[in-house]
Ligand binder design. Structure first.
Ligand code: SF4
Length: 656
């Protein structure tokens, strides 16, 4: 194995690859030197000696190679963490083979996903003999999985393209951390996840996602072992998601569904026992099921997320109800522990039961949570489920305790981190010092000549409604229609609410001579495929479609955004963060809500230009860009497209 280069050599080697006449220029056909890419790669190489770096690299910089190549050259054990499986797989299938072929043939790299992506042999064997199996996997499905199991070395569901995204069968034959029996599992020796962990320990570059990264960090923090092997440095791509993901994992949650799953798994295992023992188990499992149903029925039917404290104050029976569920969990734990002589599986189930009980007690407030004021307790009412959660209001302190002191270097990158050229918001939220090294690299795409930004005109004589006016949806549907006729369809229309999207959809379907798709009518991937293949089609979408969509070329020549994406602060975690900033004397709007809206808008806008040859129109139908004082901050954060307030300019733009 080659020795590690001294850090000044690492910088030199990196630059020799990215410089104008460097190695990349000889390897890539039609290579175009990008100074931003060289700058980013050099900064990453320097940071790997020790330190932290935050890089905003807009589309077109080539940021993946800019962090991967110095990471590989450094020969450190490095984790690359992304937000999505898609990006994980893209790095492994595109960038890694390129680096192995041309830069480091000895490079070992592995994609590690969350455990629910891998088949659990124990659950598969249990479920395959269960009477319900045929219902979940009718016809030839069993044969297909059996045949796959004969050849797969990974157990990764990505190898089963026929499996639906939300397959109920897969939920039964994969495992969550709490369901896994670990070293007590009879299938431990042949377990895909155990095997994956061994491989990960021997691999230099691990590509994971933020969920897995933070679930590992949360386990380490609690002293409950680890999922990932020790690493020296970490590089976070799509780093603008880190606060949300870390919030989920540094908190604690428990759901009605988890309690029912536990009962189901206990009964599934008990089905193999002699009749009398089976009866004993059922006698303690069934009352838990019943109690959990009672408990869930206590919550109002209104779907959404709500603070728990208000609910507790209005329900004097709260403590009694929690105690009843807790008592049932306690009885079940004792019975399951006594069953341990029947096989190790039972101790695993007892541990899981105990874990759920301690989470229930902590979230419900029966125990005093240390530093409780740092957590917000809330519930999420879904159609058939209730999830109770205690989330940290701030993750900065956690990161400074469990992550930053443990790594040699940490690099944070994304296409959207700054607000009006300023990193303060991102640094604050992640607990990074204000003097952390930062770098902002603008897109090399020619926005000035290839794009235009349209915002509706607004004059005292001819006013245009603000988004809170009731005539707003009607006004914007006419404007959208006119823009879409000018663009010949080929547009992504992004809404901030389902309400506006559903209200405007029938009008556009009736008035446009193009196919109009709407989010929800088909799975996301199928919808995107149809949108891309039918060039003149229009796609209406909300939420997750604001980012991660990569449709280069003609099919996406126009992005229309209905209004500035300010969040309605009804989410209890967001509300708690706003209150905390206010209590500390800050300005929640300027310090928190505005930066979040700007970053979200930049993500939406970023769907337009995916390659240097793309061109098109951005339309933001919200006059607050010009009528409110904060509007200039949004405008300063957008790409440098020429701005027009006239629809006739939009029509000429497309005619030309
Ligand atoms: S160790 Fe866990 S994941 Fe592996 S087969 Fe057993 S229960 Fe399933």
């Amino acid at each position: 194995m080659n020795p590690r280069p001294a850090m000044k050599n690492l910088l030199k080697q990196t630059q020799s690859i990215f410089k104008p006449d460097g190695l990349l220029s000889t390897l890539i056909e039609a290579y175009e030197f990008r100074s931003g890419q060289l700058e980013m790669a050099s900064a990453v190489a320097q940071t790997l000696a020790g330190g932290k770096l935050v890089v905003e690299a807009e589309t077109g910089i080539g940021k993946t190679l800019a962090y991967l190549i110095p990471a590989v050259l450094s020969r450190q054990k490095i984790i690359i963490s992304t937000n999505t499986l898609n990006l994980q797989e893209q790095i492994l299938s595109d960038a890694i083979p390129f680096i192995q072929q041309n830069i480091d043939p000895q490079l070992s790299a592995l994609c590690v996903k969350g455990r629910q992506n891998y088949l659990c042999l124990y659950r598969w064997q249990q479920f395959a003999v269960h009477p319900q199996f045929e219902m979940f996997a009718p016809g030839k499905t069993r044969k297909k999985i059996e045949r796959w199991l004969e050849s797969t070395t990974t157990g990764d569901r990505a190898e089963l393209p026929w499996l639906e995204d939300d397959s109920a069968l897969w939920r039964e034959i994969s495992t969550t951390a709490s369901q896994c029996l670990g070293s007590k599992c009879p299938n431990d020796k042949s377990c895909f996840i155990t095997e994956l962990r061994k491989k990960a320990a021997a691999t230099r570059l691990l590509i994971v996602n933020h969920h897995l990264f933070f679930s590992d960090l949360a386990l380490r923090r609690e002293g409950h072992g680890e999922v990932l092997p020790r690493y020296e440095s970490v590089i976070f791509d799509e780093a603008h998601h880190l606060e949300n993901v870390a919030t989920n994992f540094f908190g604690s949650s428990l759901s009605h569904f988890q309690l029912l799953e536990l009962v189901k798994d206990v009964k599934l295992s008990a089905a193999m026992l002699p009749e009398d023992k089976k009866e004993q188990v059922f006698q303690v499992a069934d009352p838990l099921h019943l109690r959990s149903e009672h408990f869930t029925a206590m919550f109002p039917a209104q779907i959404g997320k709500f603070p728990l404290q208000g609910f507790i104050d209005e329900h004097p029976e709260w403590e009694e109800q929690i105690q009843a569920v807790s008592d049932r969990l306690s009885s079940l734990t004792s019975t399951l522990s006594r069953m341990a002589i029947e096989g190790e599986v039972w101790q695993g189930l007892a541990n899981r039961c105990e874990d759920l009980q301690s989470r229930l007690i902590a979230i419900a407030g029966l125990l005093e949570i240390p530093q409780e004021e740092k957590y917000i307790r809330w519930y999420d009412r879904r159609e058939k489920n209730i999830v109770l959660t205690a989330s940290p209001i701030d993750i900065a302190a956690e990161l400074n305790t469990v992550l930053y002191p443990e790594v040699r270097s940490a690099v944070f990158t994304s296409g959207t981190l700054t607000v009006g050229d300023n990193f303060t918001y991102f640094l604050n939220r992640l607990g990074l010092d204000q003097d952390t090294e930062t770098l902002s690299l603008a897109s090399p795409f020619d926005y000035k000549n290839r794009t235009m930004l349209y915002v509706p005109a607004h004059t005292p004589q001819n006013p245009f409604p603000q988004p809170d006016r009731k005539e707003f949806p009607t006004e914007i549907q006419f404007i959208m229609n006119r823009i879409l006729l000018a663009s010949g369809g080929r547009a992504l229309v992004l809404f901030t609410s389902f309400y506006n999207m559903r209200k405007i959809y029938p009008f556009l379907v009736e008035n446009l001579p193009y196919p109009v798709f709407i989010q929800g009518e088909a799975p996301r991937n199928k919808l995107l495929q149809s949108f891309q293949q039918q060039t003149n089609s229009v796609l209406l979408a909300v939420a997750s479609f604001w980012e991660g969509i990569n449709v280069p070329g003609e099919s996406l020549s126009c992005v229309i955004i209905d209004k500035l994406p300010f969040e309605v602060p009804s989410d209890p975690v967001i509300m708690a963060r706003i209150n905390k900033i206010r209590e500390e004397g800050g300005n929640p709007f300027m310090d928190f809500q505005l930066p979040r809206a700007i970053l979200a808008l930049r993500q939406g806008v970023g769907r337009l230009m995916r390659t240097s040859t793309d061109k098109g129109l951005l339309a933001i139908l919200d006059i607050r860009l010009f009528t409110k004082q904060y509007g200039h901050l949004f405008l300063r954060s957008l790409p440098p497209s020429p701005i027009t307030r006239e629809l006739k300019d939009v029509e000429s733009f497309f005619e030309n």
